[in-house]
Write a protein that binds this ligand. Sequence first.
Ligand SMILES: Nc1ncnc2c1ncn2[C@@H]1O[C@H](COP(=O)(O)OP(=O)(O)O)[C@@H](O)[C@H]1O
Ligand SMILES: [Mg+2]
Length: 238
Amino acid sequence: MLRCASLTKTYLSGGRRLTVLKDITFQVEPGAFVAIVGPSGSGKTTLLGLLAGLDRPSAGTVHLDGDELGALDEDRRAQLRGEKIGFVFQSFQLIPTLTARENVQVPLELRGDPAAPRATELLARVGLGDRGHHYPAQLSGGEQQRVALARAFSTRPKVLFADEPTGNLDARTGATIIDLMTELNRDLGTTLVLVTHDLDLAGRARRTIRLADGEIAADTGAGSHPEHGVTLSGAKGA
Ligand SMILES: Nc1ncnc2c1ncn2[C@@H]1O[C@H](COP(=O)(O)OP(=O)(O)O)[C@@H](O)[C@H]1O
Ligand SMILES: [Mg+2]
């Protein structure tokens, strides 16, 4: 359902070409829970941005449900993101002038869906049923991230991308966010692709792709798809 082939990203930086992703090829099955790990600067955020259609590759392709993202114009790509993709950021990225409920309603209203009942239901689902009228500044980091999760799931995306979703949270709060993501992955069948350098969090994923210097250094737990890389016997979900 999500597939990238020979994905390469080069930046021009101070007159020099910097290749930050080199020839990345893998695919993700529907309902998968994949962690992308690797040291800082190894290309994780760049890769996620390409997979989510937020950015365009220098070479190579990304296919989501049969559509090649790079072949679409920006409008069509934005439309596809609205229909199929959710995104959660390390820094929550809530709109500060909107309440929790209004933040969750934004993607629904953009689609012309009746937003309010679903936003209320989603906030209850992330344990914030009574906080819908609060502004982001009135919520803790963990609560803000739960609002961001409710927002990301509001349109029932096929794929949820998350970039260091627990990076700004203490270990315990981070664990509740991960529990919630795992639950939504299981209950709604949402495919999860998350970037983390939190090893606990990565351990919850059924598959781990390790980047080093813009290349895939290891790909474990992909189960019945050993062509995607090394499959460790005994790896979770293998
Ligand atoms: N817009 C950009 N212009 C130039 N270099 C960039 C840009 N974005 C990222 N990079 C570089 O690409 C490399 C990978 O960055 P990134 O994908 O953010 O890594 P990670 O998320 O694994 O820390 C880093 O060396 C970073 O400095
Ligand atoms: Mg990053």
